[in-house]
Design a protein around this ligand. Sequence first.
Ligand code: FAD
Length: 483
Amino acid sequence: MIVQNYDAIIIGSGAGGSATAYSLVNAGKRVLMLEKGGHLPRDGSTLDVQCVFKHGTFKNKETWQDNQQHSFVPDEFYNVGGKTKWYGAALLRFSPHEFEPDAAFQCLGWPISYADLAPYYDQAEALLAVKHFANEPYLQCLINRIVKNDPSWQPQPLPLGLKHEILQHPREAKHFDGFASRGNYKADAQENLLVPLLNSDRFTLHIHKEAVGLLAAEQSPQRIIGVRCADGSNYHAPHIILAAGAMSSPRLLQDHLVQSGLNRTWPSAPLIGANLKLHLNSALLAFSPFVNRDILRKTAIIYNQAFPHSTIQCLGWLDGEILATQLPAHAPRFVANAMGRRAYGFFITTEDGSSTDNRVVSRTQSGQRPMLDYSMERIPASVAEHQSLLKAFKRSLLRSGLLGASKPMGLAGTAHALGSMVTGEDTETSVVNANGSVHGFHGLYVADGSILPRSSRVNPALTIYAWGLRLGAHLANISSEAA
Ligand SMILES: Cc1cc2nc3c(=O)[nH]c(=O)nc-3n(C[C@H](O)[C@H](O)[C@H](O)COP(=O)(O)OP(=O)(O)OC[C@H]3O[C@@H](n4cnc5c(N)ncnc54)[C@H](O)[C@@H]3O)c2cc1C
């Protein structure tokens, strides 16, 4: 007889998993969260440029292969709070039209509308205390020049999950984008969603618990009843929620399909891991003859109707120390310092369309490393818009007195990995229904960024939080019987 001490088990403590836990526990449900990583240290090392950027101390160390069999380590973070501990806390909503399909850009549509998600966006923004910050003087001056030269650039305040007090702590204010806060100045999944649950006897968090398999009812591989962990332990509950992130959750399901033979019969099987999106992201550094003395910097986002699938965000603090981690080792430090003092950073993002060939592949069964098969050749419209945008923005910067140089984030840049188990109505074109339940399965749900049919032109975390809150509210309302 299987003992069920929990109403739900959530695999992963990132944005989607924590939001689902928050909803479920507050609705009176008993939740077990299994997290592969541990707690980040509070000794200041998560703000240290050498540890974070140069040595990659906190990044995962698992090697993947690309479709040319080249090995690389993707930018995945296995710790309590997932990637939200490291994110730049730009917390934006997708626009209503980004829930619709856009065939010319290879964008799938959502099975729900913006209005369906809007109450959960409201809730997520309140829980994360999303706010705007005024542009600092050097950035404002630069934006004024850019817009004066070309009014098609439309700057807007960037919604941020930062506390205003961060401005009193320059080390934190200079190191929030890509770093983890020591003093809790950044709103993230751990601090804002999990910490409030820790006093509840309905919530249990097990750290250093890697889920390695799904447990199914006897003779019924589509009825999921539990989770198997790397240390040999098993846990059971009527609802099992995949929230290990878009690079990991599909691999757990792929392994289950192969072990059970469902990979040969289940209609959605070819779509597990497919339609992966990463965003087309480039970092653009612009150098001015004048020293930039702003600190927070990442307070604006720029739209342009000529590039409707793209945005430009300011990056956080840059200095010689950070730049030196990107320059060749023999570059003298005084050059890096001089460049750093005059640099403005921008993050150029274009929505990548969906291709079923862009995919995550587990390969556990053949004893090989996982594969990230992603090629920009499969999404030509996205590439064309990204390149035109880069050209146009560099031109505008030059007219404003700054010389810009850009670098695409390579395949290892999986910070925005999304969409590897998309939600939709049709079992032949999607994996998860509009309520987060895996098509044709009983008791299996997806809470993380895997479900996003579109990556949109802005960062995804707020949408993942909102989806998780909605999934939790839905599960709290249905009985175990109906699930
Ligand atoms: C440097 C950086 C900057 C970013 N900036 C922004 C930004 O400004 N705005 C924005 O919106 N987004 C940003 N993002 C992206 C954003 O953080 C992610 O899209 C979002 O956090 C993904 O949430 P998730 O729940 O899908 O997955 P994750 O946050 O990746 O969470 C998955 C969790 O599952 C755990 N896990 C994995 N495998 C297993 C397993 N087998 N068993 C148990 N646990 C497992 C992981 O350890 C992790 O805790 C950024 C990301 C990075 C890395």
